[in-house]
Design a protein around this ligand. Structure first.
Ligand SMILES: Cc1ncc(COP(=O)(O)O)c(C=O)c1O
Length: 685
């Protein structure tokens, strides 16, 4: 028998239900304690079957089952139970009427015998409610000497009854009529529980009266707890604790069960605050995370360590393309992990070969190189460009033309191409890169020279503020690159895999780059990066010139393959286009309603930015949005970025924008209240 306080999170997660003693556990002297009642609903909402066990008559049990979230109520100290069946309530007796009368007569004889032997023996004051057992007070109001208690035990045994004892009560019953056996019978017959199961599936929460010892003595597999055990934490005077605060004890135990059920199996800590405190002490402070420790997710919903729900409209910055906890992705990763994770690039592995084939077929590229992140994919493209010319005897072609506000990653090669000075500052000297205004093909032309090896471009600048390439810009870049004999490299780390409502952001531009970098959405949360190239460049990085230990390993490749399968099956690319249009409309409504705070909305597919007016900073808005339960990110100082999982529903997009609307209405200068009521779908089919 294991005390409930020692319940492990794993055992807590396996719990099927909670049996609880009613009196002095939820009720204090017949009065229901609100804390306990709330805790009961908490356990119910967590999916646990609740069974009340009580000495009170079965009529009372009927009332409970009708009005409380109970699977059933074991009444009359186990002699009967009451259960909801369909729309009605059924009462089930442990034995037939004749047998019951016989047991009662035997109990009466036993009481008589004890009275003759130990004249000072006193029955407990709830004797009238007891139908199938009797209980003597041996320490609550009357303290009987030990020898007298033993004399009563002797009488009970002589009568062939079963007894159990707590510090204050001595309890006797005939045959199978007591709370523990009644509860077992209920669990077996009504909940299909195996009586002989060796696994703790039900916890018993009781007081220090005779019930806990009764359950323990029955040698059931139930965990046993005593509400009093948790009461010292309440720091109440003992008298008050004993008489008034038992419901508080139940609430404490319920909270502990729920916390343990929720605890991340990989984490020894359980509360959000604990995790955030430890994070502040131990994680390198190069990020500025919100004080939210997320432990699980499903679709577009995330849950923190305290069980709070968040609507995720950033998808780990455009990474979790198929949402959180997608069963197909989770299963693919688990199955691949169980079969083969990693073999190094000294050998082939099947998922990697298939992934390369899938990506090339979808994009029209010919070759795939794999790595683990966006920055690595861009490093690979940079090395590809330089080595391509080096191999042709043009070792001086090392310079890249890139764009202001471009973001290509944090490793030194990618950083040199990143166009935001604050990211570059302090890390020089960086490689030779010329940054020109995004969208300005003439500036690219002017930046050309005999030392240039490549132009790198995002079809839509994500980090740079959700800025799409102007129409015709990508085609112009292609012709500038061709004229000067340099490579055109596409950074589709954020825009690829359907994010913009087409598989690659370049699709539909009428031109193709020489190489493309992918990452983020490709693994759906599993770190996978890739560089795809044309056949023309297949000799640019010969064997031994570039590599990655983990790149293209079987596990990562299986994850990416599963993502592609889900993208197809759930038509996520098409969905990104149609849902993106709806999101754009909702955001434009918002801009119309909040002209003092928003200057515009821009984006494609499911990558959108709400542009704030000068003087407002997205970082100030994010905590308020988090308070409202919505997770979004900034793209630059003044752009609130929406990059939800591609599986997002229209209702979820509306929920998120509604939160933005309410936060904006808090900061809209007085006298400029929104003119129209919010209706995101009004007028839309
Ligand atoms: C366009 C683009 N390129 C590269 C990167 C860097 O990717 P990673 O953080 O995986 O290295 C990012 C990340 O935001 C990105 O948006």
């Amino acid at each position: 028998m294991k005390p409930l306080t020692a319940l492990e999170p794993d055992e807590a997660r396996r719990l099927r239900g909670v049996l609880f003693d009613l009196d002095d556990t939820l009720l204090s002297r017949g009065v229901l304690e609100p804390a306990a009642y709330g805790a009961l609903w908490g356990l119910y909402e967590a999916g646990l079957a609740l069974v009340a066990v009580t000495g009170r008559p079965s009529g009372w049990a009927e009332v409970l089952v009708r009005h409380w979230p109970l699977a059933g109520c074991v009444a009359e100290n186990g002699a009967v139970y009451v259960v909801r069946r369909g729309a009605g309530i059924a009462r089930c007796d442990g034995c037939d009427g004749t047998e019951r009368s016989a047991r009662r007569a035997r109990l009466a004889r036993l009481v008589e015998r004890v009275r003759e032997t130990v004249a000072e023996a006193t029955l407990t004051d709830d004797v009238d409610a007891r139908v199938s057992d009797v209980t003597w007070d041996v320490g609550e109001r009357v303290t009987l000497p030990e020898a007298r208690v033993r004399a009563i035990v002797h009488e009970i045994e002589q009568a062939g009854a079963r007894w159990s004892r707590s510090s204050v009560h001595l309890h006797a019953t005939f045959d199978a009529d007591d709370k523990a056996s009644g509860a077992l019978r209920f669990c077996a017959r009504e909940l299909g529980e195996d009586q002989g199961a060796a696994v703790v599936r039900f916890a018993f929460v009781g007081d220090s009266g005779n019930d806990a010892p009764c359950f323990a003595a029955f040698r059931t597999t139930f965990g046993v707890a005593n509400v009093r055990d948790s009461l010292p934490r309440l720091r109440l005077p003992p008298r008050y604790v004993a008489r008034r605060a038992m419901g508080q004890g139940f609430a404490e135990i319920a909270a502990e069960i729920l916390l343990k059920r929720r605890a991340n199996p990989l984490s020894a800590m359980s509360s959000n605050a604990d995790l955030v405190t430890l994070a502040h002490q131990r994680l390198y402070p190069n990020y500025r995370p919100a004080p939210i420790a997320l432990v699980r997710g499903r679709g577009c919903e995330l849950f923190d360590a305290d069980g709070r729900r968040w609507l995720d409209l950033c998808a780990g910055v455009a990474v979790c393309s198929v949402g959180h906890g997608h069963p197909t992705l989770a299963r693919a990763i688990a199955e691949q992990a169980a079969s083969l994770m990693h073999v190094s690039n000294y050998f082939y592995n099947e998922p990697n070969i298939r992934l390369a084939d899938e990506l090339c077929r979808r994009t029209g590229f010919d070759r795939a190189f794999f790595c683990n992140s966006g920055t690595e994919a861009n490093e690979a493209m940079l090395k590809l460009a330089r080595h391509h010319f080096f191999a042709q005897g043009q070792a001086d072609r090392v310079r890249v033309v890139a764009f202001h506000d471009a973001f290509h990653g944090r490793t030194l090669g990618a950083l040199s191409m990143t166009g935001t000075p604050k990211y570059r500052e302090g890390f020089g000297p960086l490689g030779p890169v010329t940054h020109v205004p995004y969208g300005d093909a003439a500036a690219v032309e002017r930046a050309m020279g005999p030392d240039v090896c490549a132009v790198i471009v995002e079809p839509l600048q994500g980090e740079g503020g959700v800025v799409a390439a102007p129409p015709g810009f990508l085609a112009k870049l292609r012709s500038v690159a061709d004229r000067h004999g340099v490579l055109l490299l596409a950074d589709e780390v954020q825009t690829g895999i359907g994010r913009l409502g087409r598989f690659l952001g370049f699709d539909g531009s009428g031109v193709r780059p020489d190489a493309v970098a992918l990452a983020k959405g490709l693994g759906g949360g599993f770190p996978v990066g890739a560089m795809l190239t044309t056949e023309k460049l297949s000799g640019a990085l010969p064997a031994g010139t570039h590599g990655s230990t983990f790149g293209g390993n079987a596990l990562a490749s299986a994850a990416a393959l599963a993502v592609l399968r889900i993208v197809d099956a759930e038509k996520l690319v098409e969905g990104a286009a149609s849902k993106g249009e709806a999101l754009g409309e909702i955001l434009r409504d918002l801009v119309r309603d909040f002209p003092d705070t928003c200057s515009g909305a821009r984006g494609q597919g499911l990558l959108w930015g709400l542009v704030l007016r000068q003087g407002l900073v997205v970082r100030d808005l994010l905590p308020r949005l988090q308070e409202a339960g919505v997770l979004l990110t900034a793209a630059g100082e003044r752009v609130l970025r929406f990059s939800p999982p591609l599986v997002v529903t229209l209702a979820e997009l509306e929920e998120g924008v509604r939160a933005v609307r309410s936060v904006l209405s808090e900061i809209q200068p007085a006298g400029r209240a929104p003119e129209r009521a919010f209706s995101a779908t009004a007028g839309r089919p």
